[in-house]
Each structure stands twice: as C-alpha cells, then as structure tokens.
Design a binder for this molecule. Sequence first.
Ligand code: FAD
Length: 440
Amino acid sequence: MAEPAASQERVLVIGGGWAGISAAVELSRQGVPVTLLEAARQLGGRARCVAFDHQRVDNGQHLMVGAYTAMLRLLEEIGVTEEAAFLRQPLELHMRALRQPELRLRARNLPAPFHLAMGLATARGLSPRDRLQLMRFSRRLLANKIQLEQDITVQALLLGERQGVRVTRALWEPLCLAALNTGIAEASALLFLEVLQRTFSGEASRSDLLIPRQDLGVLLPEPAMDYIERHRGRVELNRRIESLQIDAEGCQGVTWRSGHMAARKIILAAHPVMCRRLLSGHSALQSIAEQLGQLRQEPITTIYLRYPDDVDLGSPMQGLQDGLGQWIFDRRIAGHPGLIAVVISGRGEHLQMDNPALGGHICMELARLHPDWPAPLAIRVLREKRATFAACADVARLRPGPVTPVPGLFLAGDFTDTGLPATLEGAVISGQRAAAAALS
Ligand SMILES: Cc1cc2nc3c(=O)[nH]c(=O)nc-3n(C[C@H](O)[C@H](O)[C@H](O)COP(=O)(O)OP(=O)(O)OC[C@H]3O[C@@H](n4cnc5c(N)ncnc54)[C@H](O)[C@@H]3O)c2cc1C
C-alpha cells in the first residue's frame, strides 16, 4: 500500500463507471480513504453486464487499442494482467460488403511507422490513386503536419486532405463513427486527429487491437471493488444521490432518498445528464450545468445473436461497409462461442425499427455474408440511447475541466475535457485527473 497522503479526509466519489472507479482507485493508491456511491446494483456504468440467454454479456460491445495506456495501467494496479484481460493482435481492418469490393488493411509486424506504411501500401480493395492519397495523409499525420487553427468537421478535413469517395466511405466513415460515435459531416476533426495520432504515432503496439477476454462488466468492477476495500475504502451500491449539499464554504455532503453523508471533498463522476441535474440547483455551478445541457447525446445499438457453438466468424472482428450493421464481433474469445455481436454507432434508420425488425434485418445481413450459418437460436437488441456525447466540431467549449468553482467539488467522466472522445480511456484519464485535483 502507498504511504498515506497528508490529507486523510475521506473523499466521496459519486458514480461507479470507469471514471469513478479510476478516481477511487487512484485515491486509494495514494492512501486516501474513499467511499464510492453507485446508483445501480453493480459497478461499470456504460460498460456493465446484462443477462442474455442464460449468460452475462456486456451492455454493448467495446473495442480497445494499445494506445489505451491509462486503462492498462489502471488494470495492472488492481492486479489484472494484460494477458489475462485481452487478446492483443496487430491492427487488422477487414471491411466486408454486401454489394461492393471488400477492403483489407493489416498493420505489418515492423517497427513504427513502417508497420502502418507497409499496411497501407499493401491494402487490398483500393485503387492506386486512393492508396497514394491515403499514404500521403498518413505521412502528414505522423509528421504532425496537419495543424488546424480551429476545429472543423472530419468531412472538411478529409476533403482538404484529398481523400477520395471510396476510401472515405470504406475506411474513414466507419473509423470516425467507431471512434467518435458521430458521423463525419458533424464530427470534430481535432478529436479525430488526436485519436489517430495517439493510435498511430509512437510504438507500433499502440495500434494493436485489444480484444477483451472477459466481459468488461466483470473485468474492471470486481477487482477494483476488492482493491478499494483492501485500501480502507467502501463501495455502496444502490445509492442514487439526489442532491449535493453546498454552502458558502464549499461542499458539505450528499443526500439520497433516505439518508445523507457528510463530505468536504466530492468527485462527481455520473453521466453528464445526471451531473447537470445535480449541479443545476447551485448558482456557482450554473454555467457548467448549462454547458452540459448543450452536450448532445448519441446512441449505440448492439445486437447479440446466439448461434450454435461452432459458428465462427473467422476473426475476432470485421467491418461491414454497406449494411445497417457496422461492426461484427465474434465473442468466442470472451468465453462465448457462437455469440456474435453486431454494433451500430450513432443515428440512422435502425432507430425507426422496433427490436424484432432490427434483429431480423441484422440476421439477414449476416446470412448474406455467411450463407452457411444456421439461423440464430436467440437474438437480443440492446439500445443505449445516451451512449456518448456527440463529438461535434467545436465540442471542446462544452467540456468542463475537473475543477469546479465550488471548493471541494470535482468532476470526472468521459465528457470532461480530456481531449479524447467518449471512451473508456478518456473516462480513466478523467478519474485520475479528478483524483489529482482533489488531492492538491
Ligand atoms: C454501447 C456502448 C459501446 C461503447 N463502445 C466503446 C468502445 O468500443 N470503446 C470505448 O473506449 N468506449 C466505448 N464506449 C464508451 C464508454 O463505455 C464510456 O465512455 C465510458 O464507459 C464512460 O464512463 P464514465 O464513468 O465516464 O460514465 P458512466 O459509465 O456513465 O458512469 C456513470 C456512473 O454513475 C452512476 N450514477 C448516475 N447517476 C448517479 C447518482 N445520482 N448517484 C450515484 N451514481 C450515479 C451510473 O449508474 C454509472 O455507473 C461505449 C459506450 C456504450 C454505451
């Protein structure tokens, strides 16, 4: 255990998603006692377990990359080794299609940046012109030559970088939706460039895909809870905080339906919609509440299909260029042979379909790609309506930092100004920053 910090004051963390867990672990690591209050019956927030067909699965399929270094360090701190947590494999994008040629791009086993350069040079499914434009763009990106004075949309960025229609449709649109959960016509070029830089510059291993070997709802929450409790902390589930008690001196505590808890230091790590509700009653926090009110929320839909155990996608993940489904995952590696997850980020016509119609449509798309597969035994559609904030151009002005005008009150969450889109890595970084601010 680390040396106890100078301040032994107990810190309250509200919200047990990855941001709140990260803050609580960091404080525990520094010897500060924490109480983590979570409204739900389980930790995990937007990366939690749900039941499907007698098994536990994640509420949505997540994908991580080697550049998620803060997340890997957090897992290591609580005793979860990377080998136990993930299958690591070099980036491979296999963009399948129902009606068009496929696109296939594989990072090579070479030191950076040759792993990417070689991967682009040998990509299949692109014209020589598209390939050249793509290589030119990546060279400029890695040499840090793309400097934007102000934020623009990803679409404007791609036009400026002379990316053709084919490469935009088959590669950039799906990558932007996957990384920012926002379409290229609105998405922030600054955030997209940051993701690309973090993933493709530096060591080649940063662009590796990390495919979870367990459901995420188990991977972090259980060992984290254990870690916090071993470090004099407490985790209280089913604790939905209804108000923050704040006076002229700063934070005084929180209340819930049947009780309250005093605290002079609070890290609020709830979903931004809930943060806005809790902040809006306090005049000093009004402007942050208004900022959060303008953060639009975007959905992610995951369709789980249970097939017989021997149904195999042939790789852990594939893209789909021209279907409703955007990414297809084989959950075999997470101990669910025969379980296929199809992900649809953002908005689209799937939002107008009811669950049986959407499930049936996805089933048909999979049958066209894999005519040899039998019909699925069970289907479940999971819709997360407020999966992430819309990462639109200029969204930075709506993202608050960890420090608030109220002494003792700090903010954490993927929506804070981490410089990253709403991701697990961003959530972890935000928790660590809030913990550091609470200690300083
Ligand atoms: C379907 C889906 C797919 C995704 N895919 C990816 C991906 O592939 N890669 C990636 O990196 N990211 C992905 N994300 C985003 C990622 O899950 C989020 O960025 C991250 O989980 C956010 O964590 P957080 O702690 O900031 O917020 P949350 O997870 O929302 O945590 C907030 C917590 O606060 C609790 N809470 C709320 N109100 C109160 C209250 N009043 N009192 C006490 N507790 C309260 C909530 O119950 C919750 O546990 C995905 C998200 C979804 C939904």
